[in-house]
Design a protein around this ligand. Sequence first.
Ligand SMILES: Nc1nc2c(ncn2[C@@H]2O[C@H](COP(=O)(O)OP(=O)(O)OP(=O)(O)O)[C@@H](O)[C@H]2O)c(=O)[nH]1
Ligand SMILES: [Mg+2]
Ligand SMILES: [Zn+2]
Length: 290
Amino acid sequence: MVRVAGPLAEVDDGTGVREVRLAPRLPGGPPVAGDRVRVDDAGSQGIVREVLPRRTVLERIGSGGRVRAVVANADLLLVVAAVAEPALQPRLIDRYAVAAVAGGLDMAVVLTKHDLPHDERLVEEVTARQRAAGHTVIIGSALDAGMVEQVRQVIDGRLAVLAGHSGVGKSTLTSALTGVERATGQVSERLRSGRHTTTDPRLIPMPGGGAVVDTAGVRSFWLPPMGPKDIAAGFPDIVDAATRCRFPDCRHMGDAGCAAADEVDPERLASYRALVEAAESASRFARGHG
Ligand SMILES: Nc1nc2c(ncn2[C@@H]2O[C@H](COP(=O)(O)OP(=O)(O)OP(=O)(O)O)[C@@H](O)[C@H]2O)c(=O)[nH]1
Ligand SMILES: [Mg+2]
Ligand SMILES: [Zn+2]
């Protein structure tokens, strides 16, 4: 599945991209970019009859509070964040890491706009923390061929999804990686209009192997409902410390004998705790008690 647009979609069967229709109440659907589908070619236009089981899925909370798939079957989540314009938000990267582990994707971080004035201390802190958590971090300018080559190497022939705030350079990178021109926009215009430049996630193959899905920028990225264990799984440093917590079911929320409280970087622990608290208040709200 290359992209979905209402009742229509584009699929690529290896010989080329063509337009198909989606059957109503599609089993396994609704489909998203990256999905594998069964197409019925009986009529003049192919009809998608089934969405096949997903190997991985990146999910978020969409409008209306429903869990929504963003991309299916991607191998790698590239979290794109600018060091300036828009401002770097370290905890957004942690939220994506939780979603990546939950959905079965590898993750790497791409920090763009290093050519613009920025807070270098914050960038160094974020980079050190993310590398300590086991993530590759690439820093540079999306307008620079050197960074594009580094990103290509990290993708390494796989299917990667580019996600992050609006205006951080996802489409700029996608154009450079694929040679397919993607609409890019000035951040100032975007802030005025409140609109994102990219609205249709689309899977685009890269010459020489691999492919990327350029997604629409998010205002914020909210996780599907999950418990403390699933949230902690997105923090390898907490997972490691947890083996030394006194109790095997330690939630690292101020529990007695918690090793994470002593060993884990305070900002990382605070980031984890904020997610657990947000998940708990969301589930209270859903049950109608809050
Ligand atoms: N100086 C500088 N400008 C950049 C860099 N990366 C992207 N830009 C510019 O930032 C603007 C936004 O880039 P886009 O690629 O459209 O951002 P996007 O992440 O696709 O945004 P949405 O589609 O709205 O989610 C464009 O004017 C780019 O030329 C960078 O590393 N340095
Ligand atoms: Mg874009
Ligand atoms: Zn603990």
